[in-house]
Design a protein around this ligand. Structure first.
Ligand code: HEM
Length: 526
């Protein structure tokens, strides 16, 4: 039945038998090739608890995963971890995956400076992000990481704060408009995503896309499309093959969306270079020029000018694409989930609002960096949100040499998988794990907790480079919402349905009612 589906999927769009035959030939070669590879792994793998002890079991699990929808993946891994314990091996075709869920083991993997090569799933991002910071490894990753770390310096982050405030104000206005006459909002996540995209485009590329005003909708659709197709490809082993993927209808759809995304970034880079040159020219002639706020892109263009050969236009594009992708979808799901939970518990919401009143009083002024740092109650809400809903559901590494864990040695070439979503629900670490309780992040409750038991931003050398930016972004958006409105979620936590689509997404969310706070009207700028 599943093989029939496979053939159907590949031939439905072209109706040609040769596509099916070619696919099956490639698949057979795959089996042969991977079978040879799997023998190399030998004894060490056989010692691991495994759900694919035999070739037959491996085939069944591979086909099962390929037939999964994005909602099925996390519950499946959850059931496997619960049944077998904190380390589990599975073989998909003949690629060996090892899921680890013990903070000690996770520490050995993520803190290592040797094991920094991402899993094969990341290769599928390359047509889009090329070898940018997220996907590169070894020397290239080291030099890029060093270079790009400077672009997230505290002083630079500070220049982004006006943009965070402006777009947060636009979001609040849109939410108030959408709730006109007491209407509830069913798609709060779409509103938040556009706000996060506007923020990241302005700070990363120096361009105000105005997606919150209904502009650039093609670009937004293309991003969604590409990430949806990529997760399908990652979990469907026959799409691992370039030939099969390129011939399939989703492969064609992927290329179409990708072209749009790349054209867009290239035009922005061109435009931005022109503006920078004009401003520099103006400064030379009249000593004035506009007051410059540097975007991430400006800094990269600056580097390429000062050190010719370090950053070509292609290098710049791959980093801009990487940061745009990593920078907006991840934080928008976290902001959305925080809104839902604040709306579910008025006591928690009031605690945060009291804190905001202490900081701002009755003033309508924008938040400063100092204000954002003082929002400790809000920070706990955000941390608890990212415990329950870590935006990145899976972190993977391909081992280039054996990994020595406490009980097992994992041979090289294996793919290690860490699933923060499962780790953060371990009831030995977080009692009553489904309960939303920001107090878990009070200092006294964090004391003694394993540092690798909470990893929404990953950890070690390949942790999230944008985590400080993300925290400021999330705090600005959420604090602006709570300074001007009361949030009420019309439903329950249990009704939330999430899925894995490159990053976590919400498939179903309860509606939200947004009521403006009397006598507080929100302005565009202060
Ligand atoms: C709530 C928001 C965010 C979360 C939860 C998050 C989470 C993560 C995680 C878990 C990783 C590691 C992935 C892996 O090892 O496979 C990562 C890497 C990365 N993140 Fe974030 N991220 C967030 C926001 C951002 C933002 C705002 C930016 C940029 C503006 C960003 C840029 C990156 C980049 C470039 C990497 C790759 C770093 C490297 O490999 O050296 N992220 N992020």
């Amino acid at each position: 039945m599943i093989v029939y589906n496979l053939i159907g999927a590949l031939t439905s769009d072209s109706n040609t038998l040769w596509v099916a035959l070619l696919s099956l030939t490639v698949l057979s070669l795959y089996f042969l090739y991977f079978d040879k590879l799997s023998k190399i792994h030998g004894k060490q793998i056989s010692l691991l608890p495994s759900i694919t002890k035999t070739q037959w079991a491996s085939l069944i699990v591979s086909l099962k995963l390929a037939n999964f929808g994005p909602r099925d993946i996390l519950p499946y891994f959850d059931s496997v971890i619960k049944k077998y314990g904190s380390i589990i091996h599975l073989k998909i075709i003949a690629r060996h995956y090892v899921i680890i869920n013990d903070p000690d083991d996770i520490k050995v993997l993520l803190s290592s400076v040797q094991h920094i090569t991402k899993g094969p799933d990341y290769e599928m991002l390359e047509p889009w992000l090329n070898k940018g910071l997220l996907t590169s490894t070894d020397q290239k990753w080291h030099s890029r990481r060093k270079l790009l770390t400077n672009t997230f310096h505290f002083k630079i982050l500070e220049t982004y704060v006006p943009s965070l405030n402006n777009h947060s104000r636009s979001l609040v206005k849109n939410l108030i408009n959408a709730s006109d006459n007491g209407k509830s909002i069913a798609d709060i996540d779409s509103h938040v995503t556009l706000c996060a995209l506007d923020i990241v485009c302005e700070t990363i590329m120096g361009v105000n896309l105005r997606t919150q005003e209904g502009k650039s909708t093609d670009y937004v659709k293309a991003i969604k499309n590409v990430s949806h197709i990529l997760i399908k490809r990652i979990f469907t082993f026959w799409y691992w093959s370039e030939i099969i993927f390129n011939l399939s209808s989703i492969g064609r759809e992927f290329r179409k969306s990708l072209k749009l995304l790349h054209n867009f970034t290239e035009n922005v880079i061109k435009e931005r270079r022109k503006i920078l040159e004009e401003t520099a020219e103006q400064k030379k002639t009249d000593g004035k020029g506009k007051k410059q706020i540097y975007s991430f892109l400006d800094l990269l263009v600056g580097v390429s000018k000062e050190n010719p050969g370090t950053m070509t236009d292609k290098d710049i594009r791959e980093e801009v694409d990487t940061f745009l992708f990593e920078g907006h979808d991840t934080s928008s799901i976290a902001i959305t989930m925080a809104i839902i939970h604040l709306g579910l518990d008025q006591n928690i919401q009031n605690l945060v609002r009291d804190e905001l009143y202490e900081i701002f009083g009755d003033s309508d002024r924008d938040a400063t960096m100092e204000d954002l740092k003082a929002m400790t109650n809000l920070e706990r809400v955000i941390k608890e949100t990212m415990r329950l809903y870590p935006s990145v559901t899976g972190i993977t590494r391909t081992l280039k040499e054996p990994l020595h864990l406490e009980k097992y040695t994992i041979p090289s070439k294996s793919v290690m998988v860490v699933v923060p979503h499962l780790l953060h629900r371990d009831e030995n670490i977080y009692p009553n794990p489904e309960k939303f309780d920001p107090d878990r992040f009070l200092p006294e409750q964090c004391n003694g907790r394993h540092p690798y038991a909470y990893i929404p931003f990953s950890a070690g050398p390949r942790n999230c480079i944008g985590q400080k930016f993300a925290m400021y972004q999330m705090k600005t958006v959420l604090s602006t919402i709570l300074r001007y409105t009361i949030v009420e979620t019309l439903g329950t936590q249990q009704s939330i349905v999430i899925s894995t689509q490159l990053i976590m997404r919400a498939d179903y969310l309860p509606s939200v009612k947004i009521t403006p706070i009397p006598n507080k009207s929100i302005k565009s700028h202060t």
